[in-house]
Design a binder for this molecule. Structure first.
Ligand SMILES: [Zn+2]
Length: 120
């Protein structure tokens, strides 16, 4: 599934990026996150059994991919099934490095933002 997510997640990131209205984009991302949580809690049977209808499994996969895509915009990205997705630095996903589950590039940039004045 991780390999398929590496294809689907960037596609859903692109979909979010295409929304010009930031409020609509944020609402869509929130909806996708909430729907992924419902899938993994209330509707998790479809993940275990593949569902009953032919569209159940593909729909569940896309709900999951949308949630991962939305969460990848968080600072540090989002790691799921051993793959780190960061909307800013690794859209196609990659294994987290150094045993860390977040994007180190995000952390480096954030540390730079808080660097006190006068220091290199
Ligand atoms: Zn990052």
């Amino acid at each position: 599934m991780a390999g398929a997510l590496a294809t689907a997640v960037p596609m859903w990131m692109f979909e979010l990026d295409q929304e010009p209205d930031a409020k609509v984009r944020e609402a869509t991302a929130a909806e996708w996150c909430g729907d992924a949580v419902l899938l993994m809690t209330r509707d998790k049977a479809v993940l275990q059994t593949g569902g009953e209808g032919p569209q159940d499994a593909p729909e569940a996969f896309n709900r999951l991919a949308k949630g991962v895509a939305a969460l990848s915009y968080a600072p540090g990205g989002f790691t799921f099934l051993g793959v780190l997705f960061c909307a800013r630095h690794c859209r196609a996903g990659r294994p987290p490095s150094g045993g860390l589950t977040y994007c180190q590039q995000c952390l480096s940039e954030k540390a730079g933002m808080y660097r006190p004045q006068g220091r290199g």
